[in-house]
Ligand binder design. Structure first.
Ligand SMILES: Nc1ncnc2c1ncn2[C@@H]1O[C@H](COP(=O)(O)OP(=O)(O)OP(=O)(O)O)[C@@H](O)[C@H]1O
Ligand SMILES: [Mg+2]
Length: 317
């Protein structure tokens, strides 16, 4: 199958500290993966491993230091880079941040319709908006004239999904979309993603700390640690028979995303994080129960166990 999007050797470097003491971290270190049409692909890993940076590069908000992002529409043969295409839309962790509290939410929906020139008249715009709201279980009636504070977090997240759907994207990037909503309605959003995949043949890049929802809905999963993909493959294999010591550890406990944290707070880095980013060899060696001497010296080569990609000295060479 021809992939919908291909990420090739994508890399992002950030500089830490002052100009005089410039340490460089590689927040995304030559990662490659593909997402097929109508596939949910999960990017998982603890805080600060580079997930949002990958998403921001795909969305064109951040320039890659190196590497390529190729987005190919099924209908066309030409592959082109995708800065700001309407084929890729995103929703984020905190729906209350997406919407200005002083603006009616319908303004956001109409604005998107007009920005992308999706309708010629107010009436047609309302029709399109209503149909997208219906596909997330709402209607224009329920939204018209209301401010963000009049909705629950779960409803607002649905509205932001409806807004993303307006352009009929092939790929929806969902960065921690359920970590702020109540556990009780979390599953309804997760089921909505499955429905969008099945009914609209949409692909989703699902970014999460939550392996349970990842397991429930995704086809492929990539486990990231300090800029590297440590293990990647079919979700069933990676989570049920993990090969990498990090995946095994993560399965036991993965720290929750801090809901109060904005992505911009990520720019400050913890000591543990920078120590791990700056170490040579395998970034996980300092915490790995199976670390050998060579792990602290050399970055492991990628290896394949059947269709599972693993980056660990236990399997390389
Ligand atoms: N604009 C920036 N300038 C400098 N460093 C940055 C910038 N953006 C991210 N970083 C650093 O890059 C690393 C990866 O950050 P990123 O936000 O991609 O992680 P994440 O996996 O999304 O984490 P979380 O789960 O907490 O959202 C972190 O160490 C972060 O501090
Ligand atoms: Mg993030």
């Amino acid at each position: 199958m021809k992939p919908l999007i291909e990420i090739e050797n994508l890399r992002k470097e950030f500089f830490l500290g002052s100009i005089l003491s410039r340490d460089k971290i590689v927040a995304v270190d030559n990662i490659s993966f593909k997402i097929n049409p109508a596939e949910i692909f999960t990017l998982a890993g603890e805080s600060g491993c580079g997930k949002t940076t990958v998403a921001r590069m795909i969305l064109g908000f951040e320039e890659p230091t190196a590497g390529r992002i190729i987005y190919s529409k099924e209908s066309s043969d030409n592959k082109e880079p995708v800065w700001f295409t309407q084929g890729i839309q995103a929703i984020f962790q905190n729906p209350f941040e997406t919407f200005n509290p002083l603006r009616k939410v319908e303004h956001y929906l109409f604005e998107t319709v007009y920005n992308y020139k999706l309708a010629e008249s107010q009436e047609k715009a309302r029709e399109i908006i209503n149909s997208k709201l219906e596909s997330v279980g709402l209607s224009y009636e329920e939204v018209a004239g209301k401010y963000p504070s009049e909705f629950s977090g779960g409803q607002l997240q649905r509205i932001s999904i409806a807004r993303a759907l307006l352009t009929d994207p092939g790929l929806l990037i969902a960065d921690e979309p359920v970590s702020m909503v109540d556990a009780s309605i979390r599953m309804s959003i997760v089921n909505l993603f499955k429905k969008l995949k099945e009914e609209l043949q949409m692909s989703i890049l699902y970014i999460t700390h939550d392996l349970a929802t990842a397991y429930y809905m995704s086809g492929q999963i990539a486990i990231m640690f300090r800029g590297h993909i440590m293990e990647m493959g079919p979700v069933e294999k990676v989570l049920m028979e993990p090969a990498h010591p990090y995946t095994k550890l993560l399965r036991e406990s993965i720290p929750e995303a801090d809901p109060a944290k904005k992505w911009t707070d990520r720019i400050s880095i913890s000591d543990l994080e920078s120590d791990e980013y700056l170490r040579k060899g395998c970034k996980f060696a300092g915490r790995c129960p199976e670390a050998q001497d060579k792990c602290k010296e050399h970055t492991p080569e990628a290896a394949y166990i059947d269709d599972v990609f693993v980056k660990c000295h236990l399997y390389s060479g």
